[in-house]
Design a binder for this molecule. Structure first.
Ligand code: AMP
Ligand code: ZN
Length: 480
């Protein structure tokens, strides 16, 4: 079985062969921390979290780097608006982001460098570019990358012509008046007195946005990465700029062998974004839905497909995930009911697990097709439910099933999370699976009109800090 990856650079699905043996240097652009992150950001980081975990599962030694953009125009503007210190503001939102990620089961990167801690590295790289003639300094103390010097690389990633890029360059290409060519991008930007800035050979200033990713990926990864990722909106100008800068600094090509881009999370078919104001922060969504449901909603879509967010879609995701969890609950229940000394019969569970694992890997190997892979888990769940009812599997077989779910969960983290800042709270309280199990028991009691039992279960949940609400869509719960 071979792993295949869709590469934005070649626009083809290619066999995945890292540059050096089993080592994978993977860099994913991190957030600009000027506000709480929204669900669109969660989409990007959950997608790459699954990709990273699957690579580990397939035996690769992954070095995962993802930065924090803690100084840039947006941070400065926001700080001015709120009359706050920009560094205090970005530190606050960095913590907010890290906390959101933990709640969503996203593993922390191996390295998570901040721009403000790498200013001297950035200055050194800009000096290299100036010295080799690919960057120029202006009278105002700005430094630009001279795109005319690597014109042949324009459009390598965005697959657009110079004319097309010039036409569409309005939004995220900063328009300054002292550059030589419209597509030149800023490497160092002079700072006004009331703005954050660092001393440099070109005066007091701060890094342009793109250069940080080149510098930090080369410092903590390699001059040539195996995978570079981010959302589709970063293809141009950000990722193309990174290619120009990095290849000019290192003299090595390609800067990254594979370029991977997640699709957008939209709301009413429009990209969720701060600037459009059509966003829900991760925290807001977590108030209404369990973290597992949010994660499942994102993971149960292929990372390149657009996902349209709505409460209804999340409720549906919650129900679908519940079906998977029900099987786990069934297995746990069967395990409690199955005596130790039972004659071991072979119900065929081991073969079913092997078959499902193969099918799961086959789907994931096709450019991380989580949608199809989870589809295999639904089929598996139904077959396990029926085997439990009809064949009374042995304890050892039931344990294999739980081990298999745990193996899958190390990749997808859709059942329960390892990393959870609420771990303290949770370890004292009930696990998500136990809560689901109790909710199901209460539902059963209600169906059987055993109101006393149903109330007793609700009380027990309340005592453990869990509130449940009955709604048309089913039972919802939250921790208090
Ligand atoms: P930013 O802080 O805007 O640079 O975004 C951080 C990452 O989140 C980038 O890789 C973006 O492409 C990604 N991102 C932002 N909004 C969305 C969205 N609505 N859907 C998917 N990814 C997004
Ligand atoms: Zn970047």
């Amino acid at each position: 079985m071979t792993l295949k990856v869709y590469n934005t650079l070649t626009r083809e699905t290619e066999e995945f062969i890292p540059l050096q043996g089993k080592t994978v240097n993977m860099y994913v652009c991190g957030p600009t921390v000027y506000d709480h992150c929204h669900l669109g950001h969660a989409r990007s980081y959950i997608s790459f979290d699954v990709i990273r975990s699957y690579l580990v599962y397939r035996g690769y030694d992954v070095n995962y780097i993802s930065n924090i953009t803690d100084v840039d125009d947006k941070v400065i503007e926001r700080a001015k608006e709120l009359e706050e210190d920009p560094f205090v503001l970005s530190a606050k939102f960095t913590e907010s982001f890290k906390n959101d990620m933990k709640l969503l089961g996203v593993k922390a990167p191996d390295v998570q460098p901040k721009v403000t801690e790498h200013i001297s590295d950035i200055i050194r790289s800009i000096e290299t570019l100036i010295n080799n003639g690919t960057a120029y300094v202006t009278e105002k103390g700005n430094v630009y990358y001279d795109l005319k010097r690597s014109e042949e690389k324009i459009g390598v990633l965005s697959h657009q012509t110079v004319e097309g890029l010039l036409e569409g360059s309005g939004s995220r290409v900063y328009v300054e008046d002292d550059k030589k060519y419209q597509l030149d991008f800023v490497l160092w930007k002079s700072s006004a007195e009331n703005e954050p800035g660092w001393n440099s050979p070109w005066g007091r200033g701060r890094p342009g946005w793109h250069i940080e990713c080149s510098v930090m990926s080369m410092k903590y990864g390699s001059e040539q990465l195996d995978i570079h990722g981010g959302g589709m909106d970063l293809i141009f100008p950000h990722h193309e700029a990174e290619i120009h800068q990095s290849e000019s600094c290192s003299g090595k090509h390609p800067f990254s062998k594979y370029w991977m881009h997640n699709g957008f999370l939209t709301i009413e078919r429009e990209k969720m974004s701060k600037s459009l104001g059509n966003f829900f922060t991760i925290k807001e969504v977590l108030e209404k839905f369990p973290a597992g449901t949010i994660r499942f909603f994102i993971v149960y879509t292929h990372y390149r497909t657009t996902i349209d967010f709505s409460e209804k879609a999340l409720e549906e995701a919650g129900r679908a995930r519940q079906r998977l969890l029900n099987t786990i609950t069934n297995v746990e229940h069967a395990l409690r009911e199955t005596p130790d000394n039972e004659n071991v019969t072979d119900s065929g569970i081991k073969e079913l697990i092997d078959e499902t694992r193969d099918a799961f890997i086959l789907s994931m190997d096709e450019d991380f097709n989580t949608r199809e892979a989870i589809g295999k888990l639904f089929v598996f769940g139904r077959r396990i439910n029926s085997l439990i009812t009809n064949k009374k599997p042995a304890r050892s077989e039931l344990k294999y099933v739980l081990d298999f779910y745990s193996e899958i969960n190390d990749i997808l983290r859709i059942f329960d999370f390892d990393e959870n800042p609420d771990a303290e709270k949770e370890s004292k309280g009930l696990s998500e699976e136990r809560i689901m199990e109790m909710i199901n028991l209460r539902e059963k009691a209600r169906r059987e009109k055993d109101w006393a039992k149903a109330d007793a279960i609700r009380d027990e949940l309340n005592e453990n800090g869990i509130i449940i609400e009955d709604s048309k869509e089913g039972v919802r719960w939250k921790r208090i």
